[in-house]
Design a binder for this molecule. Structure first.
Ligand SMILES: *[C@@H]1O[C@H](CO)[C@@H](O)[C@H](O)[C@H]1NC(C)=O
Ligand SMILES: *[C@@H]1O[C@H](CO)[C@@H](O)[C@H](O)[C@H]1NC(C)=O
Length: 458
C-alpha cells in the first residue's frame, strides 16, 4: 500500500513538474478584424517542453464564433494534430476550452502558431438605421491577455480594425500599456504573467464600419466533372444577406440615386460583391430569379495570377436586413484540376468554396459530381467536414454519377482551400457517355430511316 502511494505520488510529482517546466518565453496574438469575420494568429515561443503536448486555452466567446482553427509549427508550417479536452478546474469558472496539441517528439523548444477564424465577431451599433444614416459602428470585445496554463515571460495582444475611425478601444489598468496607432491597438507588453491569469473583463473596441456586414445564409456549390468534355463545371447558389443594422422606414430609390450621384452612399449598403474564381475560368455566368444579370464585370486571371475576379452588382442595392439570391457559374479545364496517376487513378482538386474574405457563411455545401462509373478511393479535406455520398442522375446517364457531398457550418474564406478526391474510372466507364450518345444517335437515325420508309410507302 505504502509502495503504491509512493508510486502514485511520484507519478503526480512527475506530471506536475512536467507541466511546470513548460514556459512561454513570448506570446503575440494579432487579430485582424473584417466586417463579418476576424482572423487571429497567436504565436507561442515555448521552451522546456518535455511531455510531448502543449495546451492552448480558447475563450468562450471565441469558441462560440469559431469558424476555422489550426495549429502549426512556425518553422516548417507543419500542421499539428490536436484534441479538445473537457473540464478543467482552473478555467471552469470562465468556461475556457482546452485544446491539447500533439507535439513532434524531442522538441523542448519550439514556436507554435495558432490560427483561428471567427464569424460575426462584432456586433453592429445601432441595430437599426434609416436610409439617410451614413455610418454605423461595430463593437468587438476581447481580452487584453492570452490566457494560458503556463508561466509567460512576455505577451502582447494586437488588434487591427478595418478603419482608423476608432471610437473606443478600452483602457487597461495601465495606460502606458495601451497604444493606438491608426486602426491598430496594442495591449502590453505584460511581463511575468502567472499561469491561468484571467483579466477581470473584456475590453471593447468600437470602430466605424467601412462597408456592409455580409453573410451567406445559403452557399451551395456543385462541381461536375466531365472527362469527355474535359471540363469541371461549377455552379454556386447563394443567398446573401446584409447583416448590418436593419433598414428603418421606407426605402426610396430617389434617395438612393441622389446618394449614388453625390457619392455619399451609406456604409451599410451593398452594391457590389467581389468573388475570386480560379485563374483561367471560362463560360462565367451570373443569374438570379429574373434571369441573366448583365451588370457584372469579369477579369480573367492568366496562368500567372492565382485567380480571376468576378465583380457582381446585384439587381438592387442591398439595404440592412435585405437578402439577394443568385447563382454564379464557370468552367475550368480538367487539365488544371485533375492529374492522372501512374496507377491509373485520377487525382482531382476542387476548391471547397470561394467565399470573399469579408463574408461569414452559415453553412456551405460542396457537391462534387464525378463522371459516370467513377469509383471513389479517397477524399481529403484540410479541415473537418461532414462527408456523404449520393448518386446524381442527369441526361443520358445509364447508372448515375457518384457524388461526394461535403458540408460544414460556419465557414469563411479560411475554407477556400482545395478538396482532393482520388478516383478510378475504367475505360468502359469513361466511354459510357459517348457510347450512350452514339446509341441514342443510332436509334434516332434508325427511327428516322424507318419513318422515311414507311412514309414512302403511303
Ligand atoms: C455555428 O455558429 C452559431 C452561431 O455562433 C452557433 O450557434 C452554432 O452552434 C455553430 N454551429 C456549429 C456546427 O458549430
Ligand atoms: C445569359 O448569358 C449567357 C452568357 O452571356 C448567354 O449565353 C445566354 O444566352 C444568356 N441568356 C439569356 C436568357 O439572356
Amino acid at each position: 500500500m505504502n509502495n503504491l502511494l509512493s508510486v502514485l505520488g511520484l507519478i503526480l510529482f512527475v506530471n506536475i513538474s512536467a507541466l511546470a517546466a513548460t514556459v512561454n518565453d513570448n506570446i503575440v496574438k494579432s487579430t485582424k478584424l473584417f466586417h463579418s469575420t476576424a482572423h487571429s494568429t497567436t504565436t507561442y515561443h515555448v521552451s522546456g517542453v518535455d511531455d510531448g503536448t502543449y495546451d492552448i486555452l480558447i475563450s468562450p466567446n471565441e469558441f462560440d464564433q469559431l469558424s476555422h482553427l489550426s495549429v502549426s509549427l512556425k518553422e516548417s508550417g507543419e500542421q499539428l494534430p490536436y484534441t479538445w479536452l473537457n473540464g478543467d478546474s482552473y478555467v471552469q469558472p470562465y468556461n475556457f476550452k482546452r485544446l491539447a496539441v500533439q507535439l513532434p517528439p524531442n522538441t523542448p523548444q519550439l514556436t507554435l502558431v495558432l490560427s483561428i477564424s471567427l464569424n460575426n465577431p462584432s456586433t453592429p451599433l445601432p441595430s437599426q438605421l434609416t436610409q439617410d444614416d451614413l455610418a454605423y459602428s461595430l463593437s468587438f470585445k476581447t481580452y487584453t491577455h492570452v490566457v494560458t496554463p503556463y508561466h509567460t515571460n512576455e505577451m502582447r495582444v494586437k488588434v487591427r480594425a478595418p478603419t482608423s475611425k476608432i471610437h473606443r478601444y478600452g483602457m487597461t489598468h495601465d495606460d502606458s500599456k495601451t497604444t493606438k496607432n491608426g486602426g491598430s491597438m496594442v495591449y502590453g507588453p505584460w511581463m511575468d504573467v502567472a499561469p491561468y491569469s484571467i483579466p477581470t473583463d473584456h475590453i471593447e473596441i468600437l470602430y466605424e464600419a467601412a462597408g456592409p456586414r455580409l453573410k451567406y445564409e445559403v452557399s451551395e456549390r456543385s462541381a461536375q466533372v466531365s472527362h469527355w468534355g474535359n471540363v469541371v463545371s461549377f455552379r454556386d447558389d447563394i443567398v446573401v444577406r446584409n447583416n448590418g443594422p436593419s433598414l428603418k422606414g421606407q426605402f426610396t430609390r430617389l434617395t438612393h440615386q441622389a446618394q449614388t450621384f453625390l457619392n455619399v452612399l451609406p456604409t451599410n449598403i451593398a452594391t457590389m460583391l467581389s468573388v475570386r474564381l480560379p485563374a483561367l475560368s471560362e463560360e462565367v455566368f451570373f443569374v438570379d430569379q429574373i434571369g441573366n444579370v448583365t451588370t457584372s464585370h469579369y477579369k480573367q486571371g492568366d496562368g500567372h495570377s492565382s485567380h480571376s475576379l468576378l465583380q457582381l452588382k446585384p439587381r438592387y442595392p442591398l439595404m440592412g436586413g435585405w437578402k439577394y439570391s443568385f447563382s454564379i457559374g464557370w468552367e475550368n479545364s480538367l487539365r488544371f484540376a485533375a492529374k492522372l496517376a501512374r496507377d491509373g487513378t485520377t487525382r482531382l482538386s476542387i476548391p471547397f468554396s470561394s467565399t470573399p474574405e469579408n463574408v461569414a457563411v452559415d453553412r456551405h455545401t460542396t457537391r462534387i459530381i464525378l463522371p459516370e462509373g467513377a469509383q471513389v478511393h479517397s477524399v481529403y479535406v484540410p479541415f473537418e467536414v461532414d462527408v456523404q455520398y449520393e448518386t446524381t442522375t442527369s441526361y443520358l446517364d445509364t447508372i448515375g454519377r457518384n457524388t461526394v457531398v461535403l458540408s460544414k457550418h460556419n465557414t469563411s474564406d479560411a475554407h477556400n482551400g482545395d478538396v482532393t478526391i482520388v478516383y478510378s474510372l475504367s475505360l468502359f466507364n469513361a466511354l459510357r457517355k459517348p457510347l450512350a450518345v452514339a446509341a441514342v444517335a443510332f436509334a434516332l437515325f434508325s427511327a428516322a430511316t424507318l419513318l422515311r420508309r414507311i412514309n414512302t410507302r403511303i
